[in-house]
Design a protein around this ligand. Structure first.
Ligand code: NAP
Length: 251
């Protein structure tokens, strides 16, 4: 499929890894739907950057922790861009850091609603459009997992680690379920990446504190993760499905 025929949705495409993925995908010729939740300025900046470089992008607001909004996001893409071929299930949160003995149910609920329930529902909507069984052209899905899924994140956000372990299981199961229908499904498991997510978890200075413990001795940029995501979306990864690819500097 020529890159210009590829229609990609990146959930949480306004900031961090999602924004870097939108920009790189557009540079490679994808038509990009930039989903965002609240930060319209950030989403508009990503779209403006893409358009300035001659690419095609659309900002699509929607809370992808909610089924009605997910359905609306996909319907907007159907109407304005055409039939989806690729999905990056990227939107994710940690909730405020803490221990299990202090967590409130609202934090647990919001993390699982976005990272697990939302990721499943976005995958459902994507398969309905991409699968050859549903009349689609085939394509690929990349889910954002985390190194947390195998580290457990003790004392920080065990619930987040557990949500990403669910993403890993979903990646494997969906990859096997949809393999004969022209869809490859993989996950990327980043380690310490320089985005807003650490401050939003209420742990400022987290990256600087933990970077020396990474074998590569540093945090990564969102652009470094985007390169791996774009590889997995591309035909260069034509025999890769069901994989969880760690981008964590050896951590
Ligand atoms: P980030 O910089 O905090 O950006 C979060 C993005 O998600 C923003 O675009 C935000 O939109 C969007 N978002 C948040 N809640 C949403 C919702 N309910 N509906 C739709 N969009 C929503 O995040 P990041 O660090 O790039 O992380 C991206 C993914 O990588 C996540 O799944 C995360 O778990 C994973 N990851 C990150 C790291 C890391 O070190 N950064 C490590 C491992 C895994 P607004 O701009 O509108 O708020």
């Amino acid at each position: 499929m020529p890159a210009s025929d590829r229609i990609l949705l990146v959930t949480g495409g306004s900031r961090g890894i999602g924004a870097a993925t939108c920009r790189l995908a557009a540079r490679q010729g994808y038509v990009v739907a930039v989903n965002y939740h609240r930060n319209i300025a950030a989403a508009s900046a990503v779209v403006a950057d893409i358009q300035r470089e001659g690419g095609r992008a659309l900002a699509v607001q929607g809370d992808v922790a909610r089924e009605d909004e997910i359905v609306r996001v996909f319907a907007t893409i159907d109407e304005q861009l055409g039939r989806l071929t690729h999905l990056v299930n990227n939107a994710g949160i940690t909730g405020l850091a803490g221990r299990i003995d202090g967590v409130d149910s609202a934090t647990l609920r919001s993390v699982l609603d976005l990272n697990v329930y939302g990721a499943f529902l976005c995958a459902r909507e994507a398969v309905r459009r991409i699968s050859t069984k549903h009349g689609g052209r085939g394509g690929a899905i990349v889910n954002l997992s985390s190194a947390a899924a195998t580290l457990g994140s003790p004392g920080e956000f065990v619930w987040y680690a557990a949500s990403k372990a669910a993403v890993d299981a979903m990646t494997l199961g969906l990859a096997r379920e949809a393999a004969a229908e022209g869809i490859r499904v993989n996950a990327v498991a980043p380690g310490l990446i320089d985005t807003d997510i650490h401050d939003d978890a209420g742990i400022p200075g987290r990256l600087a504190r933990l970077a020396p413990s990474v074998p590569l001795a540093r945090a990564a940029t969102p652009e470094e993760v985007a390169e791996t995501i774009l590889f997995l979306l591309s035909e260069a990864a034509s025999y890769v499905t069901g994989a969880v690819l760690r981008v964590a500097g050896g951590r």
